[in-house]
Design a protein around this ligand. Sequence first.
Ligand SMILES: Cc1cc2nc3c(=O)[nH]c(=O)nc-3n(C[C@H](O)[C@H](O)[C@H](O)COP(=O)(O)OP(=O)(O)OC[C@H]3O[C@@H](n4cnc5c(N)ncnc54)[C@H](O)[C@@H]3O)c2cc1C
Length: 412
Amino acid sequence: MSGLADFECIVIGAGAAGVAAGRSLARGGASFILLEARQRAGGRAFTQNSGGFPVDLGAGWLHSADRNVLLPLAGQQGFAIDRETPPWQKSADARGFETGDQRAYRAEQGRFFQRAHEAAQAGREGPASDLLDPAARWTPLIDAMSTYVNGTETDRLSVLDYAAYEDTEVNFRVVQGYGALIEKLGVELPIRFGCIARLIDHGARPLRVETNAGTLTAQAVIVTVPTNLIATGALRFRPALPARVEAAAVLPLGLADKLFLALDGAEDFPVDSRLYGATDRTATANYHIRPFGRPLIEAYFGGQFARELEAGGMAAFADVAMGQIVDALGSSYRKRLAPIACSSWARDPFALGSYSHALPGHSGARAVLARPEGEALFFAGEAVSPGFFSTVHGAWETGERAAQDALASLGA
Ligand SMILES: Cc1cc2nc3c(=O)[nH]c(=O)nc-3n(C[C@H](O)[C@H](O)[C@H](O)COP(=O)(O)OP(=O)(O)OC[C@H]3O[C@@H](n4cnc5c(N)ncnc54)[C@H](O)[C@@H]3O)c2cc1C
């Protein structure tokens, strides 16, 4: 170690990866600080109280719950877990999607997954859209599903990366909110809120981090900001790191947005049921009715469609949702629905999107972005997870790993 520094380690960002890194650094006895641009921890895991309920505007599901490191942590923190089958693993409301058609669609989706798996095994890096017949009946809907799952249409999705995602298909939820859990896990950490890192000078130890509130120094730095912040130069490096910036650029954040509607007379629906807004197009939403049994509808929008709607704010999302629900269920629903909360992740300056996907030809970029830079600069966040990318638990694991690497470099 050379030169005096303010801290042994600085962590940039207090989302899941940053909070995990902070907790590991604390356990390792290092002196450290987290710099967080927002006034809250949790990043893309964000619970907001709306309509009398804690609603998750970002992450909501403990995906791969049987392998999810956050599940035991949630229990330890006193958070309740809902283990109901998620709506996408059940049949949807036949009023939006006739039952026989649902069967045909699911069969076609299964064939698409199989083709993706085979293409990946053959090492094919092309766009996932190559595996779909553009004229086939269910292609627009498979593309719509891709916008919810990957944040992008299949023509911008690397098959190899898509197939690398690990999913045990066990999905639970945190009753008080996934965002609330991450925030609670970070509550005892030293976090400087409203502190925006702009440049990391990593030419020599100590490293210098330039922020909107002055310059801080540390022997090691862990970067956890979303890829789009690195790709756009919102956070820069000196000396420049062109290969890493390029890796971030080919792992862009796709877009998924949520709209919550209060639903009058919710008892008319089964708990955790589902309605399709349309089945013949990609620009459509999907509706989760009575999540946790609450009198709400959680509407999901993705890809280019969500991007366009963000320009019009909650009114634009609500207009589409209420129109689609009224078309499927009848005009009385116009009075029974009221929008209460909405996300706009592409317009969020500290996210610029929802979760990362690899562009066709670039599945190897996650490994490039994950590599430490020299002895003192480390990278974490969902995008660098090899198999749990685009999730909270994936981000968490990368934060823990980066902290272990940083501690080792500090000789702790
Ligand atoms: C709508 C939506 C639904 C989702 N659903 C799920 C789900 O059901 N299950 C699941 O597991 N995952 C889901 N995700 C994905 C999940 O939220 C993310 O993968 C995960 O939260 C990312 O954590 P992270 O720490 O890598 O990044 P982030 O949470 O983005 O944390 C990075 C932090 O860095 C901060 N930051 C940015 N720039 C700077 C800067 N210059 N200086 C200082 N701080 C900065 C940010 O404010 C942020 O707090 C969803 C995401 C969205 C948007």
